[in-house]
Every structure is written in C-alpha cells, then in structure tokens.
Ligand binder design. Structure first.
Ligand SMILES: Nc1ncnc2c1ncn2[C@@H]1O[C@H](COP(=O)(O)OP(=O)(O)OP(=O)(O)O)[C@@H](O)[C@H]1O
Ligand SMILES: [Mg+2]
Length: 331
C-alpha cells in the first residue's frame, strides 16, 4: 500500500520575468510505514516537494496522492482538513510558542481538533514522555535546549496522530550531539507509531540510516535508493546542555488582551503575508512564527479579540482557512 504517489510534479515560480522550475517532472512513490530521506543540493527542490506533499502549496502540473487522498483539485478548506487529519510538520526552526509550556505547545493542535481538556493533557503528557522530556513538560521554550525544543516540536507534530510526518532539515540548527537525540526519535517513529516519515537532510549519516533515499537534482528525481539491510539505529545521546535546570520560570502576566492563535494559513501564504505586513503596525504583533516559513499557522500575541476577529475576516476574504483560539484556553 502506498503512502505517497506523485506523478510528473512540476512547480514553476515566476520571479519578475524569470521562470524558476523548482520541480520539473518529478515522479516519486513511497510505501506506507517507511522512513525516507530526501537529499540533494541546495535549490534542488526538496522543500518545494515537502510543501506539496503537506498540502501547503499546489503543483503547477502533475498529481499527488497521499494515503489515497488526491490532493489535486482540493479546495483550501479541503487541504486544511487534509493537513489536520493526515500530516505532521517538523521544521528546522522549531516554531514553538514562547508563552506556552512544552505540554501546552503540544496541546495546540489538539485544541484545534476539539479534543477535550482531559484527553488533551493526557495525550500531550504521553507525547512529551515519548520524546524523552517527561521532566521538562512545564518548561517554556526559552528554558529548553535546542534539541529539547525540537523534540517538543516533534511531539506537537504527532499530536493528532498524523499518517505522514514531514521533517525539513530537523537537525539543521542543532549541533551533532544534540541532533543525535532528535535523529534517534525520528528514526524510531515509523516503527513505534506506525507512521510514514519523510525527512529532508543534508546530513549523509542521517540519510544513510533511512530505508529509502530520494536524491533530487534540478527539480528531478535522480535516484531512489532502497536500503536492503536492517536499519541501524544509533545509540541515544542525551544532549549535554541543560539550560533549564537553574533558570527561574518566566512569569507571563495576563493582560486584558487576548492571546490568539490564527491557524491554517498554509495555502494562502502569500496573501496572508501581505495582510500581516499591512496590519502589523496597528496591532503591535510580536510573535509570528512561521508566516514566511511554510508553517501552517501563525500566532498573533497580545491581540484583542475584536481586532483578531477583524483580521480573521480579512484572511477569510482572501480565501484563507482561519481559526481563532485564545491560548489562555490552553492553560
Ligand atoms: N516562493 C518561491 N519563489 C520563487 N522561487 C522559489 C520559491 N521557492 C523556491 N524557489 C526556488 O525553487 C528552487 C528550489 O527551492 P527549494 O526551496 O525547494 O530548494 P531546497 O532543495 O529545499 O534547497 P535547500 O537545501 O537550500 O533548502 C530554488 O531555486 C528556489 O530559489
Ligand atoms: Mg529547503
């Protein structure tokens, strides 16, 4: 049974008069439950492929099917539903919400999926344990090391039990040792969680430990390698840095304004970015992870509910799928 079937994918970007063929007739397929690496030089189309697989972008031509769902022809709300039901994302930058604890960060997608409070907490705790951070659940991102932050991001990506986990250079910002603990989790996921994992990496050691490797070049598939041997999983190396230990928790004071999460802008990124830039001076936004980086949600911190509603309407006028959640509801 295949997890991914992509046929003749082409994605052309127009920059001024220039035409950039980020993907140029790429055909790939991957069985369910596999762990695959996408490798290739900078600019070869790896992130573009991930965005298409994740329903964050649509191809100029060609077709994609993920777990028997044809992404072609899906409307933005369909794609949003697809992302929520099927895909988990992990990025090079962790994109955690700074005013929420590790546990609360993992709860965000569960809250959006309208999972009850008790169940949410239970699932978030279970996932934080899974990534080896049981002792760090109450810490905020700034009280965690880089590797720990990425592990929280993995736990968050797994919250709604995605079938496909997409990780774009998940260890790119981590040193070798810290990256090893993150790598170990990713390598074991498809065994433990019955999930298909596709990761982009420039690290040959990491790529060599995956079952399938897709090498891209110039937007085309140059080679598909399927490892015949058993997976070699490296030993767990605990990160050395333990920044959290001696730090006082940062007090976050609740103001009269509502902290709001606006979600699912993935498909209308460009428009959403324009809107954000336009309204930013009025709103005094300061926490907007991901808007320019393919994350399917953005966060407006300290925005009053009324203003957030206003903004929501503007996004919806631009065909974005938007949902408002007060992060105080996660407390
Ligand atoms: N939104 C965009 N507009 C214009 N060109 C783009 C856009 N996104 C990507 N490209 C171009 O498409 C090509 C492929 O980009 P992509 O980000 O997929 O490469 P990559 O393999 O992920 O590279 P890296 O290893 O540096 O992350 C590049 O030439 C890039 O400049
Ligand atoms: Mg990239």
């Amino acid at each position: 049974m295949s997890a991914i079937e992509a046929q003749d994918l082409t994605r052309v970007f127009h920059v001024g008069d220039e035409e950039v063929r980020a993907l140029d007739g790429l055909t790939v397929s991957l069985e369910r439950g596999r762990l695959a690496a996408v490798i290739g030089p900078s600019g070869s189309g790896k992130s573009t492929l991930m965005a298409l697989l994740g329903g964050l972008d649509t191809p100029s031509s060609g077709s994609i099917s993920v777990y028997d769902q044809e992404l072609n022809g899906m409307t933005p709300p369909d794609l949003a539903a697809y992302r929520r039901s099927t895909v988990g994302f992990v990025f090079q930058d962790f994109f955690l919400l700074s005013h929420l604890t590790a546990i609360e960060n993992v709860e965000v997608p569960l809250k959006l999926a309208q999972v009850s409070r008790t169940e949410r907490r239970e699932r978030a705790n279970e996932l934080i344990e899974l990534v080896g951070l049981g002792h760090r659940g109450d810490h905020r991102p700034q009280q965690l090391s880089g590797g720990e932050r990425q592990r929280v991001a993995i736990a968050r990506a797994l919250a709604n039990r995605p079938k496909l986990l997409l990780a774009d250079e998940p260890t790119g910002n981590l040193d070798e040792k810290t990256g090893a603990a993150v790598t170990e989790i990713l390598l074991n996921l498809n065994k433990d969680q019955d999930i298909t994992v596709v990761l982009v990496t420039h690290n040959p050691e990491l790529a060599n430990q995956t079952e399938v490797q897709f090498r891209l070049g110039g937007g085309k598939l140059q080679q598909k390698t399927v490892a015949s041997e058993e997976l070699i999983v490296p030993p767990v190396i605990e990160p050395e840095i333990d920044m959290a230990q001696d730090q006082e928790p940062v007090e976050i004071t609740q103001s009269t304004s509502v902290k709001v999460v606006i979600l699912e802008t993935g498909f209308c990124q460009a428009k959403a970015t324009d809107i954000i830039h336009e309204v930013r001076p009025d709103l005094g936004l300061f926490d907007i992870p991901g808007i320019l980086n393919d994350l399917p949600f953005i966060v407006l911190d300290e925005v009053e509910r009324e203003k957030a509603e206003e903004l929501k309407n503007r996004f919806e006028d631009a065909d974005c799928v938007v949902e408002l959640v007060s992060t105080s509801e996660l407390k």
